[in-house]
Design a protein around this ligand. Structure first.
Ligand SMILES: Nc1ncnc2c1ncn2[C@@H]1O[C@H](COP(=O)(O)OP(=O)(O)OC[C@H]2O[C@@H]([n+]3cccc(C(=O)O)c3)[C@H](O)[C@@H]2O)[C@@H](O)[C@H]1O
Ligand SMILES: Nc1ncnc2c1ncn2[C@@H]1O[C@H](COP(=O)(O)OP(=O)(O)OP(=O)(O)O)[C@@H](O)[C@H]1O
Ligand SMILES: NC(=O)CC[C@H](N)C(=O)O
Length: 719
């Protein structure tokens, strides 16, 4: 037996918070050491925070990162434990995204990332270059602040594609995040060349159902090639729209043996450790005949550069230590949340980080009693439940309790024990009705939802404000120019303007309440305004520009209506969900904007207004973004998929054309979309994720003509 204890972590880093990042890194090292580990992996670019983005182009960022590394050296954190730290490194005028392997005040290796993440939200090639595989190892001149702290005033460190071999024969290499996801992942060669332990420092953000993919990648990597794989990740909101969902993992020969939490508000640092028998790696590999054959042949790939580490250090436990240690068994089950629980927990953790880091004191939410704003309210309720659970049994001076006290302005002895009581301090909701357009039903639902969550709730009427604004207009254009709703004989233009003015007034009222509610309640501080526009209405443009969709942040802006409705049903459940039973009524009601007068003959509904169903919108949204369909490709896909539902090619073409027309006309609204939690890869977020023009020729003449030709050339029964 050759037992080794390895550790990895989730770190709640924050871009450019060098002080906090170093504190968290050091806390994780201390925890790893106390768990008996001699190897500790941290997340990608942990010194700076992964989300520093264009700040990586500032020399300061790399310089401060090295200063933090120097601190690790002088504080003694590298003594007797191999650290695998993520940091940016400037070498010969080129910036690389690197792993630093540090031990006993020595820099053993600077290992640059060889495959950059450059898709979806990732833009690493904007700041970094990938280390070309054929350039193996060069000499890197260490910055002065590090040299001064290094053992024997080390001047140079090897930089490049290399692995380490220790005196006891154990070999260790590293990957960085995206490398694991590539078809020619570096771990393949490392495993064939006998590397036993591979660390992976990642910054991988949450997308619903993504943890399954990571888990399978780790299982597959270690099942085929054998070995120990130690995966670290960032966790939380590091200053942007993404929630990094932790879930650090340790795998051995195809099994996951340790997992850190995916969603937690409890602490900024979560460390896991596992004890593995390196002999299991050796014997497993030997038993894989085909692998051994490939490893033995080993002629048509570059030889790995191996750095022999001088000195007696060993990751494996000494005989006397090993006598009382046992290998960690495989996990019976990796913990996966259902997608609905992921919606409840991921955005809740993101909101909590955002709130406490923003220095504000709670949330303000315009609550209409509809599915979207109720979902947002439920997510804040979920956040309060998570906080109360995490607070239970903690030390009264725990950082979490200090954060809760800072946000709520509660006294030094406050410990939340009831999620509803905590919600009353944090969440403030207001129903803003109008006499003619709002129904008693939505008003009641908003009040019940707020009551069940525990929010501070009020009910106001906005008619007076709307009339005042119209009076201003009339003062300019005369009494005769008083716009009317369609129900009262007005034109389409008048009808639309009267809807939009109500919607926009709500935004103004929301910001007023956000600034003054705490003052009126005898507390200091102010509130963050929450938005609730979902993916579908943003894509279709079914929202008023600068209405309540213009908020400070939006936890559901990356989620489709269909997913939100399923989430609400789940959240209503007492046992499995959040226990807010009134959400069942919310989800069963037909979605409505309630901006036009309700009459005997007419009640406004979203789907009728939009000219398409939410289900259809979901198809359009997914095909447009996930499947990269332009109008013609979308028509072709839907012609096949919707055939079963009895739709002809002409009907499909008309629906697709209508969608693209609406999308094109309204795309400009996405340039001012409230920053939203990125939950799904069908998000239309124009600013970071879905980069497209916002002035389109909405006639799409070329594309639509091709569709018409295609419909015309089909047999009459297929048209
Ligand atoms: N290409 C372009 N680039 C930049 N800006 C452009 C533009 N085209 C129009 N605009 C500007 O956009 C503005 C018009 O947009 P906006 O004021 O939003 O008004 P608009 O899009 O005309 O109407 C609002 C839409 O949202 C629907 N609605 C209303 C109220 C509530 C809800 C709901 O969420 O339930 C939905 C309503 O049925 C309608 O389809 C104007 O200021 C116009 O100048
Ligand atoms: N009567 C109202 N009182 C308070 N806020 C409202 C009201 N009507 C709308 N809002 C706010 O404006 C946002 C956009 O309004 P819209 O009519 O588009 O609702 P929606 O997107 O269908 O959402 P919901 O399902 O919450 O009604 C809502 O999510 C809500 O935050
Ligand atoms: N930082 C990275 O390299 C992340 C990319 C990777 N595909 C992920 O989502 O986990």
């Amino acid at each position: 037996m050759h037992l080794a204890t390895v550790a990895t972590c989730n770190l709640n880093q924050w871009a450019l918070d060098f002080t906090g990042n170093l504190r968290r890194t050091r806390a994780s090292i201390a925890a790893a050491v106390s768990l008996g580990a001699r190897y500790r992996v941290g997340p990608e670019l942990e010194t700076t925070g992964y989300g520093a983005e264009d700040h990586f182009l500032e020399l300061d960022t790399e310089a401060h990162s090295w200063q933090a590394v120097a601190e690790l050296m002088s504080a003694g954190d590298t003594e007797g434990v191999l650290l695998d730290v993520g940091a940016p490194v400037l070498h010969r005028g080129v910036l690389y995204n690197c792993r630093l392997l540090l031990l006993d005040r020595r820099v053993l290796l600077v290992r640059p990332k060889m495959d950059l993440a450059d898709h979806a939200n990732y833009r690493e090639a904007r700041w970094f270059r990938a280390w070309p595989r054929e350039r193996q190892v060069e000499q890197f001149l260490l910055p002065e602040c590090v040299r001064e702290r290094c053992a024997d005033f080390q001047m140079f460190a090897p930089i490049g594609n290399a692995v380490l071999r220790f005196e006891d024969g154990l070999m260790l290499g590293c990957e960085t995040c995206e490398e694991l996801w590539t078809p020619r992942a570096p771990h393949l060669d490392m495993q064939l060349d006998g590397v036993h332990v591979i660390g992976n420092g990642s910054a991988s953000h949450h997308v619903l159902r993504k943890l399954h993919v990571r888990e399978r990648l780790l299982e597959s990597a270690t099942r085929k090639g054998g070995g120990v794989y130690v995966y670290a990740n960032q966790i939380g909101c590091d200053g942007g729209r993404l929630y990094y969902d932790g879930s650090a993992l340790i795998a051995l020969n195809g099994d996951i043996i340790k997992q850190a939490p995916q969603f937690t508000v409890e602490s900024e640092v979560q460390v896991i450790a596992a004890t593995v028998d390196i002999d299991h790696v050796r014997s497993y590999r030997m038993s894989l005949a085909a692998r051994a054959e490939q490893a033995a042949r080993n002629t048509n790939r570059p030889k790995l550069h191996v750095i022999q580490v001088e000195g007696p250090f060993s990751i494996c436990l000494a005989h006397e230590e090993a006598a009382s240690a046992y290998p960690t068994p495989p996990l019976e089950r990796v913990v996966h949340c259902s997608p609905w629980e992921e919606i409840a927990r991921g955005p809740a953790c993101w909101l909590w980080d955002y709130l406490r880091r923003s220095g504000l004191n709670g949330f303000f939410l315009p609550l209409s009693g509809g599915a979207d704003s109720s979902s947002t309210a439920a997510i804040v309720g979920s956040m309060c439940q998570m906080l109360v659970n995490a607070a239970a049994g903690t030390d009264p001076q725990h950082a979490l309790l200090q954060d809760i006290r800072n946000v709520t302005g509660a006294g030094d002895d406050y410990i939340p024990t009831d999620a509803r009581e905590l919600a009353r301090r944090i969440l403030h909701t207001v129903y803003m009705g109008s006499k003619e357009a709002s129904s008693a039903e939505t008003k009641r639902r908003a009040a019940v939802v707020a009551e069940q969550i525990g929010a501070w709730h009020a009910d106001v009427n906005i008619d007076g404000i709307v009339l005042a604004i119209l009076a201003v207009f009339q003062r300019v254009f005369g009494e005769g120019k008083c716009p009317q709703f369609r129900a009262h004989g007005g034109t389409k233009t008048e009808n639309m303007a009267l809807q939009c003015v109500q919607a926009r007034i709500r935004m103004v009222v929301a910001y007023l309440f956000a600034q003054l509610t705490l003052w009126a309640r005898g507390r200091s501080g102010s509130l963050l305004v929450l938005g609730s526009a979902n993916v579908d209405e943003a894509l279709r443009g079914y929202l008023t520009k600068y209405d309540c969709s213009s908020a400070d942040i939006n936890p559901i802006g990356g989620i489709s209506k269909a997913d939100l409705r399923a989430f609400l049903r789940w959240a209503a459940d007492e046992k499995e969900g959040l226990g807010y039973s009134s959400l069942v009524d919310v989800v069963e009601a037909a979605p409505t904007a309630e901006l036009e007068p309700i009459t005997k003959e007419y009640t406004q509904t979203d789907e009728e207004d939009m000219g398409m169903t939410y289900d259809e919108l979901s198809w359009f949204g997914k095909l447009r973004k996930l499947h990269r369909c332009g109008p013609f490709a979308m028509y072709e896909r839907l012609r096949c998929s919707w055939r079963a539902g009895g739709l002809s090619a002409r009907e499909v073409a008309d629906k697709v054309k209508f969608f693209f027309r609406m999308y094109a006309i309204n795309r400009h609204k996405l340039t001012v979309l409230t920053p939203s939690y990125h939950a799904e890869d069908y998000s239309p977020d124009d600013n970071r994720f879905d980069l497209r023009q916002f002035l389109y020729n909405a006639r799409w003449s070329w594309q639509f003509e091709r569709m018409d030709e295609d419909v015309a050339r089909r047999r009459p029964k297929d048209q």
